[in-house]
Structures are given as structure tokens and as C-alpha cells.
Ligand binder design. Structure first.
Ligand code: PEP
Ligand code: MN
Length: 264
């Protein structure tokens, strides 16, 4: 169902405040984790001021260590929803388990399926039975065919509002970047499928100084949008502070991305 051959037109996803795919370019930004209502509201203001229409934030966090901060859970979702509503933005947040899909659905406009869950087929089937758009993140060892088949699990349930996010893959050298951003996958996916492709430069880079170049490269390759982690005090972020853009850095990146997109 995701094949470009059978469905040549781009999928265009309409949410309350965004149009994603086709000729549109969508900016999504926010903290890695929802930390408090006050903080996520401040980050919503920053994201919105630079044109983002989607507020991202994790309330259920897939942390490498079980001893790291796991997210605020439903309390975080309530804060994220309030912050987004205050700035007329959509909510994008990760759902990690089948049993949370119904609850997360009460608060979000877009489900995020994290890289580690890209082949959690049970979860894919469950979100596929909803009508809420899904951002499917590429697993860190997933091939293009793996991604397309994972998307198919969602589509098979009747939910065709799917976007695919490249967030970097593991390669032989991830000493200086957290992952390797596969910029080539943007035109490849656009050839094979009609789903919008969104670049996540933050998890690919892993370090703030590399986020903007990767964001701009993804934009130049023709991505339908960017999803970027921001924080006003990265040193004290609950998660992923090392890759957060500060408000002024985010604005500078966004302005350049819009200019590149306009020149395509
Ligand atoms: C995230 O978006 O914060 C995240 C955990 O992403 P990924 O699943 O790509 O690692
Ligand atoms: Mn993160």
C-alpha cells in the first residue's frame, strides 16, 4: 500500500495545525523529554516563534539504561498537550507499548514509533488500527525494505497517515557522531513510497555542533520536514542535552532550512 508504483501521488497528512507531505515543509521541535509544564511551554514558544507547527516531547522514554530518567508518563502528556494548545501546535510524542496506545491517543496528534520499536509488529498493528498519524522512526540497523515493511504493518490496519523518519543508523564509525545520517535514503524512499520523509538530525548527530549541518543536508535532499530537539539549558536537560539546539541556534538553523527549501 505504501508503494509509489500503485499510488503515485504523495501522501499529504492533515493535522489540526499542520499539512505534512507534498509541497509542504513542516518543522517539528521540542525537548527530548517533557520535563515540566513550565519548561515545555517555554520550548513551545521557542519552536513556534521559528515556524514549527508540531511540538515534540517524550513522556515515555526508551532509555538505553533502565536507571536513566524514564519520562513523566501521563502527567507529561497533559503538560505537552497544554503547551501545544497554548501555541496552536500539534503534539508529537512516542508511544512505547500497546497498552498505552489508547491513553496516549487522548493527548497526541501524531504517534511517534521510536527507532527501537520500528519492528515491534504488535505495536505497529495497534497504531494501525487508529486514525492518528504515525511517525515511524527508522531502526538503527533497519534496511530500506525493513522500513517499508514496518510501514506496511501500519497501513495494513487501515491507517495510511504515515511518515517515515531517518534518524541515523549504526555504521562502522560512530565515534564522533551518535549515528550516521543516511541522507541518501531521502530520495530513495521518495522513489519507492509516497509517505513523507522527515529528517531527525538530532539523534543522528548526537552533538549540538553537528545538528545544523545535518538538518540542512536533509532539507537539501528534499525531506518533507525536520524534527529537532531544543533546550534552553542543555547541561541540565533530563535527556539528550548533548544534542539539543539552544533557542538562538534553533532559530538560525530554521531560517537556513526555510531558505534552502525555498530554493529547491
Ligand atoms: C526521541 O525522539 O527522543 C528518540 C528516543 O528517538 P529514537 O527512537 O530515534 O532514538
Ligand atoms: Mn531524544
Amino acid at each position: 500500500q505504501g508503494s509509489r508504483l500503485l499510488h503515485p501521488e504523495d501522501t499529504v497528512i492533515n493535522t489540526a495545525h499542520s499539512v505534512i507531505g507534498g509541497d509542504n515543509f513542516t518543522m517539528m521541535a521540542g525537548p527530548c523529554s517533557v520535563e515540566s509544564l513550565e519548561h515545555v511551554t517555554k520550548m513551545a514558544a521557542v519552536a513556534k516563534a521559528s515556524g514549527a507547527t508540531v511540538l515534540r516531547g517524550g513522556a515515555f522514554k526508551p532509555r538505553t539504561s533502565p536507571y536513566s530518567f524514564q519520562g513523566l508518563g501521563e502527567e507529561g502528556l497533559i503538560a505537552l498537550r497544554k503547551a501545544a494548545d497554548q501555541y496552536n501546535m500539534d503534539v508529537l510524542t512516542e508511544v512505547m507499548d500497546d497498552e498505552h496506545v489508547k491513553m496516549v491517543a487522548k493527548y497526541t496528534d501524531i504517534f511517534q514509533i521510536g527507532a527501537r520499536n520500528m519492528q515491534n509488529f504488535s505495536l505497529l498493528k495497534t497504531v494501525g488500527q487508529t486514525n492518528i498519524p504515525v511517525m515511524l522512526k527508522r531502526g538503527m540497523s533497519a534496511t530500506v525494505d525493513d522500513i517499508l515493511n514496518a510501514a506496511e504493518y501500519i497501513a495494513a490496519g487501515g491507517n495510511h497517515n504515515i511518515m517515515i523518519s531517518e534518524r541515523g543508523i549504526r555504521t562502522f564509525d560512530n565515534k564522533y557522531t551518535r549515528n550516521t545520517m543516511d541522507v541518501g535514503v531521502v530520495p530513495v524512499l521518495q522513489k519507492l513510497t509516497h509517505y513523507p520523509v522527515i529528517i531527525d538530525p538530532s539523534h543522528a548527530a548526537g552533538h549540538t555542533e553537528f545538528v545544523t549541518p545535518l538538518a540542512l543536508a536533509g532539507t537539501a535532499a528534499g525531506a518533507s520536514g525536520l524534527v529537532v530537539e531544543i533546550h534552553d539549558d542543555p547541561a541540565h536537560a533530563f535527556s539528550d542535552g548533548a544534542q539539543a539546539l539552544k533557542p538562538n541556534e534553533y532559530k538560525a538553523m530554521a531560517d537556513q532550512a526555510y531558505a534552502i527549501r525555498a530554493a529547491l
